[in-house]
Design a protein around this ligand. Structure first.
Ligand SMILES: *Cc1c(COP(=O)(O)O)cnc(C)c1O
Length: 462
């Protein structure tokens, strides 16, 4: 092999590259040390290319290669994606998106100092729990409220504080696994209480609970089966019936609602989802739920209940381990304020998606299809179903209009298209079913429409 020694001689030194205007700009953005090592890599790759018979790249392309590798190093690992799956509370995609106002509150509270645990009026130490306590009481009718970093922590805290070393009675139909390793029997064991299961998978009556009560019983626990349905010959016991028995026997009723829906789901054509207000009114002593499911706020656990019960939880040593942080608290307060002002449906993304009018979704899907077919791409729209997801309202769907890409009319496989959409600068997550790739406008934020179209044009026209 004859090497062109001239090509090697044309190769600039790292120092030369470093002292170009672009090189100097890179040191300001990425630091001197990282820029030097990126430039070294760029030059050494060029040397390898010349050794393989290539020619010396231009100064610009050597600098560009170094800049690209630096940018890739600084690309955040956790980053936004576009959810075109039609699953509104998508657990893998971060559950509930936050409202603009909640984001602003997070920024304002955490870019400087805050009154997180300071009473500004008295000039003394305060409690982080006061910031949402009154709001939660007002919205749900609870006597008292407490928040934790998620609902799993809320359940653990509740059981640990109320039933350590005692028995907790629960229906066999409610010994559920929520996903991600959260199984009710395991959490009960972890909190140091003894599980007493009653009834059968499909039917549990109040008499089953009554006959299981001993002098060691502390709590009657209800868990909302958030992610599955038992239909047919079924019977479960109401919170009111449990509360009546508990009151007679000096026991407590704890209700893990899972989703924490404050609005009436029926209004949106969905099945009824039990609300914390109802559970408290029916006599539950402690109710808990997530902040980032149907509530539509940040990841958090919300505990509501009788004042003396909440006071026991607040004093428990676990409280410190599971406490909420200031960013979450800021987002949660703002989310709750949307309910207080009666604007949840227009301001909270999860509820805006649930409440989206079918004609409006159809218009967006038609608009996407129009832009793509105008450029000769084979796509069409078709009626479909969006789902709530996130362990809320299992089996319930909302009518939608989907953009459909049919496998038979495309030169690329659907897996390839789906993979390329995921490799887009903002990854686009879609769904494939029966030889068709679907995009549901319902879960795509409106400001992302142009990005979806641009990505599809690049990928499909290739
Ligand atoms: C989702 C869920 C949990 C766990 O809540 P996280 O906020 O994810 O920790 C616990 N119980 C029920 C019934 C749930 O649906």
């Amino acid at each position: 092999m004859t090497l062109d020694q001239n090509q090697f001689r044309l190769l600039p030194s790292v120092d030369e590259l470093l002292h170009t205007p672009q090189g100097e700009a890179m040191t300001l953005t990425f630091s001197h040390a990282l820029t030097v090592s990126a430039l070294r890599l760029s030059v050494s790759q060029a040397r390898d290319a010349i050794r393989a018979g290539g020619t010396c790249p231009s100064l610009e392309s050597l600098l560009a290669a170094a800049e690209l590798s630096l940018k890739q190093q600084f690309h955040p690992q956790l980053r936004p994606v576009i959810n075109a799956t039609g699953v509104i509370i998508n657990t893998n995609l971060g559950r509930a998106p936050l409202s603009q106002a909640a984001l602003l509150a997070v920024q304002q509270v955490s870019s400087g100092y805050s009154n997180l645990e300071y009473d500004v009026e008295l000039g003394t130490r305060g409690s982080r729990h006061v910031h949402v306590g009154a709001l939660l009481r007002e919205l749900t009718g609870a006597e008292a409220a407490l928040v934790t970093n998620n609902n799993a922590a809320a359940v653990l805290l509740g059981l640990s504080a109320l039933a350590l070393g005692r028995e907790v009675v629960i229906s066999r139909g409610q010994l559920v696994e929520i996903g991600g390793g959260f199984r009710v029997p395991d959490v009960m064991r972890q909190s140091g209480c003894q599980l007493v299961e009653v009834g059968t998978t499909n039917r549990t009556r109040i008499a089953d609970y009554v006959s299981a009560i001993t002098e060691r019983t502390a709590v009657l626990l209800a868990v909302h089966p958030s992610n599955f349905l038992i239909t047919g010959f079924t019977e479960s016991t109401s919170i009111a019936a449990l509360a009546e028995v508990a009151q007679e026997r000096g026991l407590l009723v704890m209700d893990d609602l899972g989703s924490g829906c404050l609005l009436e789901c029926e209004k949106y054509g969905l099945a009824h989802e039990p609300t914390p207000q109802e559970s408290l009114a029916a006599g539950a002593d402690l109710v808990c739920f997530s902040g980032d499911k149907l509530l539509g706020g940040p990841q958090a656990g919300i505990l509501l209940g009788k004042a003396e019960v909440i006071a026991r939880l607040a004093k428990h040593p676990l409280m410190r381990a599971v406490r909420i942080d200031k960013m979450t608290l800021a987002a949660l307060e703002t989310t709750l304020r949307h309910y207080q002002r009666g604007e949840a449906e227009t301001q909270i993304p999860v509820w805006r998606m649930i409440a989206a009018r079918p004609e409006k979704i159809a218009r967006r899907a038609a608009d996407w299809a129009h832009q793509l077919t105008a450029l000769g791409l084979a796509v069409h729209t078709q009626p479909g179903q969006s789902t709530i997801g996130g362990g809320s309202l299992p089996g319930e769907t909302l009518p939608t209009t989907l953009l459909a890409l049919d496998a038979t009319s495309l030169s690329l496989s659907l897996e390839t298209i789906s993979q390329r959409l995921r490799s887009h600068s903002t990854p686009i997550i879609t769904r494939i079913s029966r030889d068709t790739l679907y995009l549901d406008p319902r879960t795509v934020l409106e400001e992302q429409d142009t990005e979806i179209i641009a990505a599809l044009l690049v990928i499909l026209a290739a």
